[in-house]
Write a protein that binds this ligand. Structure first.
Ligand code: G4P
Ligand code: NA
Ligand code: NA
Length: 192
């Protein structure tokens, strides 16, 4: 999506360790009009999929997912990150490893909000190693629901998450795929 690529070039900041900071329009301050254009694009890309629910993960997926959901006219459920496992049997639970934060956390969704008849679009801001998205896929499958696809704002194409999820036969659409970036020159290359 040209609009998002241009915005990343203009306002993204490349940090050492292959980290792309997009705090001015996506991860801290949020450009809701950009999110709206992203929502329209996801609607076009997933037009053939019978989506009745969007699933994301807190925190930074929520804002995008809400605006995207207005294009699909469906509710948004966000998975919660939890420190302590809730073993009451009322929730689906999976473990997610964060390479960036070097820790593992539990991710939960109430059984009330994921059902076998659901056809779900996963939305998230970043796809890196794919740990977060794989956790969400795991929760959806625990519920016996269907993964219709994965919609990502920014995929880091040099990390393995996108490849691994596509290899499972899942329809993944990333609006900008960063092929490489250089924190010294500021150069950024997108997959075409
Ligand atoms: P993964 O889920 O794709 O495997 O990502 P990873 O564990 O590597 O990253 C952990 C967190 O960092 C995720 O957010 C992910 O979205 C985010 N992230 C990964 N690479 C980048 C990057 O280059 N730039 C930015 N801005 N974020 C990146 P999270 O821990 O789920 O936290 P939250 O911010 O959604 O609360
Ligand atoms: Na995220
Ligand atoms: Na994030």
């Amino acid at each position: 999506m040209k609009l998002l690529e241009e915005r990343i070039r203009k306002d993204g900041v490349i940090k050492p360790g292959n980290v792309l900071k997009v705090d001015s329009f996506l991860n801290h301050q949020m450009d809701v009009e950009l999110f709206d254009a992203m929502g329209a694009e996801f609607k076009r890309l997933f037009a053939e999929n019978p989506i009745n629910k969007i699933l994301t993960i807190e925190a930074s997926g929520i804002g995008i997912a809400c605006v995207v959901a207005q294009h699909f006219h469906v509710p948004v459920v966000f998975a919660k990150k939890s420190q302590s496992i809730n073993l009451d049997g009322e929730s689906y639970i999976t473990k997610v490893e964060s390479f960036t934060h070097k820790r593992t956390y539990d991710v939960i969704v109430s059984k009330k909000y994921l059902n076998p008849e659901d056809h779900i679009l996963i939305i998230d801001d970043f796809l890196a190693n794919g740990c977060a998205v794989n956790g969400l896929i795991d929760l959806i499958r625990s519920a016996g629901a269907t993964v219709e696809g994965v919609g990502i704002a920014i995929e880091k194409g040099f990390q393995e998450g996108g490849r691994l999820i596509r290899e499972k036969g899942i329809h993944v659409e990333s609006l900008a795929i960063v092929e490489s970036m250089n924190d010294e020159t500021g150069e950024i290359v997108f997959r075409s």
